[in-house]
Write a protein that binds this ligand. Sequence first.
Ligand SMILES: Cc1cc2nc3c(=O)[nH]c(=O)nc-3n(C[C@H](O)[C@H](O)[C@H](O)COP(=O)(O)OP(=O)(O)OC[C@H]3O[C@@H](n4cnc5c(N)ncnc54)[C@H](O)[C@@H]3O)c2cc1C
Length: 291
Amino acid sequence: MNPYNYQKAATLADAVAARGQPGTFLLAGGTDLIAQMKSGHRAPVNVVDVKSIPELASVQATGDGGLEIGAAVCASKLAQNDTIRQQHAGLHDSVQLIGSLQIQNRASIGGNVCNAAPSADAVPALIVDAAQARIAGPKGERTIALEDLFAGPGRTTLSEGELLVSIVLPKPDERSASAYLRFTPRREMDIAVVGAAARISVDGNNNITGARVSLASVAPTPIRAPAAEAALVGAPASGATFAAAAIAAQTDATPISDIRGSAEYRRELIAVLVRRALEQCAVRLNLEISQ
Ligand SMILES: Cc1cc2nc3c(=O)[nH]c(=O)nc-3n(C[C@H](O)[C@H](O)[C@H](O)COP(=O)(O)OP(=O)(O)OC[C@H]3O[C@@H](n4cnc5c(N)ncnc54)[C@H](O)[C@@H]3O)c2cc1C
């Protein structure tokens, strides 16, 4: 590993100022960055630790019943959060799949997002929850839909000097539930061959009034699955609807063949995982599902 300067930012302003310097990388848990530095994939001149910045280190309710998660909050803290467990069960599923318990004690939600791996487990779960990314930079703050933060493998749409402050989740509908599932050859310490998150909202007749589906490891970035969502909205929550949406999701993806699976295998996995994620949503909503 090349020598580098280490700095701990105490405030958001300090971090934004430091981030503007050439060769500067932000450090949260370091579970991606340090490994990349050791392998020579990244060679920062300056490493700026963001874990102590108050805005990045807290989880708090928003005025309108939503939740704002600081970018540096680690996965295990999110797994212990009651609001996330009750209202954002898919996110709760996903953060408990990241690495091992030791990794979860370090791995931040912002690092999972900003590392921009197509396989990042928390990202599809955040996307189906309509997450917004709060970004700070030299020109002030802006907020974008989380799915618009990804430019390609390992690349975000953050501009020079910008950093992720927090993720804002709106309050979910009253009768709504989410789930995240992934397939890995090993149970732990492996990267998703495919990941699938779903959220559905239903009315009093159990017709689907809102749906979001998002996939990992099937395109250069995490993606939404609009064909799957269109197959769900307006339809009854049933086995047939879920199966149709699962097939539709295959058309939303552009998987590649690599060491972890062929494109064809990934397409099969998409259909299986999307259907199971939707079934898990139905279970969480206590719905009796007809075929
Ligand atoms: C053994 C092992 C197992 C793993 N298993 C999984 C897994 O199962 N699923 C999974 O999804 N991931 C997994 N990972 C990857 C990693 O743990 C996660 O992506 C983690 O969430 C990264 O968070 P971090 O805080 O460690 O990020 P860091 O390594 O600190 O940062 C990652 C990247 O994001 C940038 N960054 C960090 N914070 C910000 C910010 N606020 N604004 C802008 N840029 C920022 C950094 O500069 C860096 O480029 C694994 C890693 C290891 C080492």
